[in-house]
Design a protein. Structure first.
Ligand code: HEM
Length: 454
């Protein structure tokens, strides 16, 4: 008979400090820590940190078990408490029946027919971005490509889901989101923080960031309430929704949490994915050539349509492979509600279960030469054999990213239209150093030189 092993039997990294356990290593090494420990300890190990039980999983079958098969026993991990402080109780952080109802309300905004309607809008915004870049073309002057992509993805979310209601500059939003990300990461990294009421300088700045976010997003709601014409965007859908039992509309606070969540989740990740894709294509001119040939031959110089873009198979493979190499959401976490057993080990109730997407995407047992960019891996015949959860940039199960198709479509439009017009050479001095906060940003912005294609 199989006996269940105890949680304390799980292997763990050497601890340098009895009290802090692995906390300092984790904070210093971040992604590298997970990659190295998986090599040393295998697909399941515990990490010692004060006040929390943490187990790390990198076996696709066990990840599927947590996200899909037994998802009812898993809530969101401690990290989401910090995210909640800024984003509130929106789709990303809410749980249980409340989350289910909110998801049901928001889901229709992302249906295929709606995405087809948004396509035009994505093209229009990308056209504007192309115009902005044209000014730099052939000047030999390097542009801040990260910043341009940030503006583009922000404008796309704003115009497709909020009818351009979020009137703010890219710089302000970038600063707010970056600061919030840093504060969230600091809180995640440090389980020993002081009580909330102690007004440290960081706390004071956190409050200011929050106040500013509130100002931007509550005024979006106010403005919409004062309008008389009906819009058909996500904001209106959420505002018009009524509770089935009580007939009540969502409160302003709930609306603020939902729209801020979608606004933040909807642009940062896609911008990061696009930036890394241009970097990878510059590094791999042979792959860039295959892609450009496909775009030229299938689109024939025409503006893409929802149908024509779906015919660009290599483009989709490039996007998939880019998110394998640099998954914009590099880590996910859950917490057991009741005790469970994974791979024969008892996982007590309240244990944080960390799934480092980055590690799974670079597992040499599944992805040969995992650090090489090979879009062909995602050709239909090559992915057939792979476990579904050996690649999961958008998470999985009922909490799968609501914007996954939106993001893919947006990337397809941007990449195809940029490549129709330009050759984009990412600065050869760019060092692909990772800055793994909540998302996998590059440490420094990506600069590129732009050349008009003849
Ligand atoms: C490349 C782009 C994107 C990536 C890699 C990405 C990744 C993810 C991941 C991994 C999750 C699951 C988190 C978890 O289960 O703990 C998630 C959830 C979510 N994402 Fe995305 N995302 C992207 C784009 C978008 C876009 C464009 C939107 C909206 C316009 C969006 C909105 C959301 C929301 C609201 C959730 C929470 C869903 C729920 O729990 O019901 N994301 N995303």
């Amino acid at each position: 008979m199989l006996t269940t092993k105890k949680f304390t039997d799980l292997p763990h990294p050497n601890t340098l400090n009895v009290f802090l356990g692995n906390m300092m290593q984790l904070r210093k090494e971040r992604i590298h820590f997970f990659v190295e420990q998986q090599k040393k300890l295998g697909d399941i190990f515990q990490i010692k940190v004060p006040t929390r039980k943490v187990v790390v999983l990198s076996n696709p079958e066990w990840i599927k078990y947590v996200l899909v098969d037994n998802n009812k026993n898993y809530g969101k991990s401690f990290a989401y408490d910090s995210i909640k402080l800024f984003l509130g109780n929106g789709l990303l952080t809410s749980e249980g029946e409340f989350w289910k109802r909110q998801r049901r309300l928001a889901q229709p905004a992302f249906h295929k027919e709606k995405l087809n309607l948004m396509f035009r809008n994505m093209v229009e915004q990308t056209d504007k971005s192309v115009e902005r870049l044209e000014q730099f073309a052939d000047t030999n002057q390097a542009v801040n490509l990260s910043k341009e992509l940030y503006k583009l993805t922000l404008d796309i979310v704003n115009s497709t889901l909020f009818y351009n209601e979020v009137d703010n500059t890219t710089d302000t939003i970038y600063k707010l989101v970056s600061e919030a990300s840093e504060y969230i990461t600091k809180r995640i990294d440090n389980p020993l923080h002081l009580p909330e009421w102690i007004p440290t300088p960081t706390r004071r700045r956190e409050k200011e960031v929050l106040k500013y976010m509130d100002k931007v997003f509550f005024s979006v709601i106010d403005r919409r309430r004062q309008q008389h014409e009906q819009q058909e965007d996500l904001l209106s859908m959420l505002m018009d929704a009524r509770d089935e039992e009580t007939g009540e509309a969502m409160s302003n606070q709930q609306l603020r949490d939902e729209i801020l969540t979608i606004f933040v989740a909807g642009h940062e990740t896609t911008q990061i994915a696009l930036g890394w894709t241009f970097y990878l294509l510059t590094q791999n001119p042979d792959k860039l050539k295959i892609l450009t040939d496909e775009v030229d031959s299938k689109l024939n110089g025409e503006t893409p349509t929802p149908e024509s873009i779906r015919g660009l198979h290599y483009l989709k493979q490039v996007i998939d492979e880019s998110m394998r190499c640099f998954p914009p959401a590099w880590i996910m976490g859950r917490k057991t509600i009741e005790a469970d057993v994974i791979n024969g080990y008892e996982i007590p109730a309240g244990t944080n279960v960390i799934m480092p997407i980055y590690v799974v995407h670079h597992d040499e047992r599944v992805w040969e030469n995992a650090y090489e960019f090979q879009p062909e891996r995602f050709a239909m015949e090559n992915v057939k054999e792979k476990h579904k959860y050996s690649y999961f940039p958008f998470g999985g199960g009922p909490r799968l990213c609501i914007g996954n198709n939106f993001a893919i479509q947006e990337m397809q439009v941007c990449l195809a239209m940029f490549l129709q017009k330009f050759r984009i050479d990412v600065d050869e001095d760019f060092v692909p150093e990772l800055d793994p906060l909540v998302t996998l940003r590059p440490k420094n912005p990506i600069y590129a030189k732009i050349y008009k294609r003849k």
